[in-house]
Design a protein around this ligand. Structure first.
Ligand code: UDX
Length: 470
């Protein structure tokens, strides 16, 4: 509140210095930022390298870490300027390697030279930069271990896809059970996503050269697949990566979530939630980039209304035009027995933490899923693309903390299904186990990062190795 970083970050006697290189997108940067704060609390100096184009769009930067600019070769417009995702990644490799090296040289004269690069494996070239300078390197996977395991087996050519039928069962070594094609990350099965899949499997291309593989998950959540992957790579789970104030509360004042181009309507949401009964609200959000078809938006609107529960729905401004005005009006505050609030963005952690929130209707992006697990909120899942179907499978069948609202043959989840799923999770006897399991996992998530927990021990081990090798 006084503009200064929290006191635990003010230490000047650092044991080591980590340079953090995220992929430039809020869902990748934010988990790495949370991990950085944990490292800083253990007296590791942190510098986060962000591209000039990304920095330009940020109205506010985190005050808890030091930030330096590098270039992706598109300083004016970033990914939009590049035209295609693949063009962006290719040029970033070329220009990024040079500018990251210059930054390491600059920091060498800062009194605390860099010892280690923690990089997002979307940018595998960072390992070469680390090797050139004789630094330790650690890959930081922002997805969970089950998803990483699937990309690993795609990399090895073990998974033979696309499958011939939608419901064909696929056996993935290390995974908890066989899964259907509709549970596999879409990039693995959609032929048009071939170039993106190439980048995803490339994450493993030089992973045998790194000192650590850090995963944004926690051991108890994914024991079997973590044990399996640990035989191949030096894996350390370090999550959940959400601010300490929502979990173990060991880092004082640590509420800051991170970076976003969206501005949260925090007060409006909290005021409204404060006036709703306990566990009465369905919170609905599809994350920062996923777009729904107009037909799906309409089905969702009526599914929410017909469920007869209160709801708080995040409709990003770019999505708003898909909802007819009269429908929006009808959904809002005064309609029927239930009450709805539609906002363009909120502070999701505060909403999930709020006692009025009873369920989360989510696209199952990994950050959202992990946040719901950490705050004990049961889920109705409506996965759209990328890793979301796999996360939804884990939520429903492995952790048993939610249900999946199934699409029809046109790829749309109909209003009746949405209504049915919400009622099951919110109020029906059939959903009791789901609600109880959600509370159980909340406890386990907190324990993982609390003193002596599985993730805390891994972070301690990481820091002490860093100090020894340095
Ligand atoms: C993308 C991919 O879509 C997802 O599949 C992948 O797992 C991560 O990268 P995104 O769609 O943005 O991410 O979803 P998610 O990972 O869930 O991240 C969304 C973030 O935005 C969450 O941290 C959430 O707390 C935040 N959020 C969302 C808000 O703070 N306010 C909102 O109103 C909505």
């Amino acid at each position: 509140s006084d503009g200064l970083p929290p006191s635990y970050l003010m230490s000047t006697s650092h044991k080591a210095h980590c340079l953090i290189l995220p992929f430039q997108g809020q869902s990748h940067i934010n988990p790495m930022l949370q991990f950085s704060k944990r490292l800083q609390s253990k007296r590791v100096k942190i510098t986060i390298a962000l591209t000039k184009s990304f920095l330009k769009n940020m109205k506010e930067l985190p005050t808890s870490v030091s930030i330096e600019a590098i270039s992706d070769g598109y300083d004016d417009g970033g990914r939009d300027q590049a035209g295609s995702f693949v063009a962006y990644v290719t040029r970033f490799k070329e220009i990024g390697s040079d500018t990251l090296s210059q930054l390491i040289q600059k920091l060498a004269n800062s009194g605390c030279p860099v010892n280690c690069i923690v990089y997002d494996p979307f940018l595998p070239w960072a390992v070469e930069v680390a090797k050139n300078f004789g630094l330790i390197s650690a890959a930081f996977f922002t997805q969970n271990c089950a998803v990483d395991n699937i990309y690993y087996h795609a990399h090895k050519g073990v998974i033979k896809l696309p499958p011939t039928q939608d419901d064909e069962e696929i056996l993935i070594p290390g995974f908890l059970s066989t899964i259907e094609a509709s549970d596999v990350p879409t990039f693995v099965i959609v032929p048009e996503a071939e170039r993106i899949l190439e980048m995803l499997v490339n994450q493993f291309s030089n992973l045998d050269k790194v000192d650590w593989v850090l995963i944004n998950s926690f051991y108890e959540l994914e024991k079997q697949v973590i044990d399996y992957m640990s035989k191949i790579y030096p894996i350390k789970t370090i999550g959940p990566t959400i601010p300490s104030m929502y979990l173990d509360k060991r880092l004082h004042d640590d509420k800051e979530y991170g970076l976003s181009v969206f501005k949260p309507m925090t007060n409006e949401c909290l005021n409204w939630l404060n006036h709703q009964p306990i566990n009465s609200v369905v919170y609905v959000s599809f994350g920062s980039i996923t777009n729904l078809e107009a037909e799906q938006m309409l089905e969702l609107a009526w599914g929410l209304k017909n469920s007869n529960n209160n709801f708080l729905w995040v409709v990003r401004s770019t999505e708003e035009s898909k909802l007819p005005k009269n429908v929006l009006e009808e959904l809002k505050l005064t309609s029927g027995n239930n009450k709805g609030l539609v906002v363009s963005w909120c502070s999701q952690l505060q909403v999930l933490e709020h006692e009025s929130t009873g369920c989360f209707l989510t696209h199952c992006g990994w950050n959202s899923t992990l946040e719901a697990i950490s705050l004990g909120v049961p889920m109705v899942t409506m996965p759209q693309w990328a890793d979301q179907p796999t996360n939804a499978k884990l939520v429903k069948d492995i952790w048993e903390i939610g249900v999946r609202a199934k699409q029809d043959e046109k790829g749309i989840v109909r209003r009746e299904i949405i209504e049915e799923c919400i009622k099951l999770v919110m109020e029906e006897e059939k959903g009791k186990l789901i609600r109880e399991n959600a509370k159980k996992w909340k406890e386990m998530a907190r324990n993982a990062v609390d003193e002596g927990g599985s993730s805390d021990k891994n972070i301690e081990e990481f820091v002490s190795k860093l100090v020894t090798i340095s």
